[in-house]
Write a protein that binds this ligand. Sequence first.
Ligand code: HEC
Ligand code: HEC
Length: 280
Amino acid sequence: MISLKNKQRGSALFTLLSGIVIIATVLFLLIKLANSGYTSTVAETTESATETRIMPSGSLKMGDGTEPGQRTGKQVFDKICLQCHAADASVAHAPKVTKNDDWAPRIAKGFNVLIDHAINGFKDKGTMPPKGGAADLTDDEVARAVAYMANQSGGNFTEPPVKGDNAAASEAAAPADNATSPAPAAAGSGSDQAKAHFESKCVACHAANSAIPFAPKLGNKADWEPRIKQGKEILFKHAIEGFTNPKGGMMPAKGGFTDLSDDEVKAIVVYMANQAGAKF
Ligand code: HEC
Ligand code: HEC
């Protein structure tokens, strides 16, 4: 009994002492702050201070010093997507990284559909929130995270490059790559590039003399007329995301060449359609 009382008294004393130490520490820090000159800079930093205060509450702070827009798929995954997509996450219906069975039907939708769903959100049996709830991720950052997850789970997508550290390397290694990205707008060299892509990739099914059923053949106006009527945006979408007609004709996403950028595919579509009389 006595020892219990002593114990109680002892722990009360400990609490009291800890309290005093904390108060003393706070006072010490306050005095230090007051003398540090820090407060005098408050006026200068008001703008950023205000921005911080009015920042949306869901706003993501990576806290890793990485420039916004420059985070790799791994960085984004480790910070955000992992909450629901980690291999051992317990969120129902979220496809888990490294679980190829979870991912196979998702990967089959094509990279662009997955990116779209990850950016804008997606509801099926579960709910994928837009950008996983981290509204300040750029679209490219989300796309990188999608590639990062899918590629560990049986996929083979190309993570959009992070500028900064890749720019120098890829400029040196592959200048042509950079030059082609704004393709559809650029005529001249852009359409040469599109022609070359057509001849190395799409020709297998779309050559003028190809035997693939349903595939509209190069230069064949009868094949292309009803397609062109759909408008170029539909053609772009079908060429990028793939398209199966009710009779069973199947255009694979990007003709199966997922390494082509969307703009490159669009340029090829423009080339193909214009060979058959369109004026895209
Ligand atoms: C709060 C939980 C949560 C977070 C955080 C989250 N996801 Fe998801 N995600 C889900 C769920 C649940 C699904 C499954 C939805 C369904 O198909 O029912 C999903 C599905 C997906 C899909 C498949 C979409 C499809 O069409 O099949 C992709 C791709 C994806 N998430 C990417 C991401 C990326 C990238 C991030 C990080 C930026 C992220 N997710 C963060 C819950 C989350
Ligand atoms: C494996 C064969 C195959 C390859 C390779 C292929 N396509 Fe196709 N493509 C098809 C078939 C089949 C159709 C017709 C689908 C249908 O019945 O509407 C089609 C249709 C299209 C259409 C018309 C879509 C519509 O809405 O009418 C476009 C545009 C197109 N392909 C672009 C391309 C481009 C660009 C490439 C190269 C990057 C390519 N295709 C490579 C088989 C292929």
